[in-house]
Design a protein around this ligand. Sequence first.
Ligand SMILES: [Fe+2]
Ligand SMILES: [Fe+2]
Length: 282
Amino acid sequence: MSRASRDVQDPHHLRRRRQRGSPPQADAPVRLARRRSGHRDDESTEGEIEMTVTVEQRPEAPSGPPKLSREELLRAQRETLDTPRMDYSLLARTMFKPVDLMYGKEGSYTKFAMLEIIARVPYQAWERIGYLLVHRHAGRSALARRVFERIVEARADQDNEQWHLLILQDLVQRTGQRQSWLLHRMAPWLIAFFYYHVSWLLFLLRPDWSYRLNAEFEDHAEHEYMTFVAEHPELDLLPDPGTYAAEYGHYRSVADLLRQIGHDERTHKLDSLESMREPRVR
Ligand SMILES: [Fe+2]
Ligand SMILES: [Fe+2]
């Protein structure tokens, strides 16, 4: 079934277009058993009876953006470099500028690691607000379930950003780059603190602005990764160390590993742009 036709049939699938880690649980019977006793009509008064419960449309955690082949990664890089950056808002530029001043305009593993620390922040803010909304809409089960689906999605994106951070930290360690307490602990924490509060506040006032800000952040990250790989052709000759291969996949080179991360950022951006069209769950 095509995505379009599936979306028409079930609008809730619109938000779940990413790769799944496990098959859907819909219609999967769950066998329950309970013991009965002291019931005269039942010959097996001490026996077990079975009850079948059907679980439908349980929100699943997406396993993350799709993993691309070598050819797809190269194509994704070309597409990013051929696409102009988004028109960044003043708020986004207010965050990008000090980052460039502190960590340099050029990309580096230490700069990317710092960006990945703050990349998780809006998803954490949306998750937190989501739980408040679930509580608020507890009396409207269908609405509460749709809010919960967004929470599940926000958590999946946080996990994906966490893998990025672990991979980048691994590359920092392997290349022996130094990270200072001030620049790589304190400053990211302060920026993350600011970004977190901006994210939830915007989400309460104008959720579409919060999604837009994240889309700009993701667009920036996508271009930073793809540009860095283009400017460092030697990375194509450097094998992927595969430290997190079991969880994130094993790529031919560090360049492909970074291209995959860049493509993940594009997926995050597209998700946020899509959420802008329906910023409030109804
Ligand atoms: Fe990331
Ligand atoms: Fe991202």
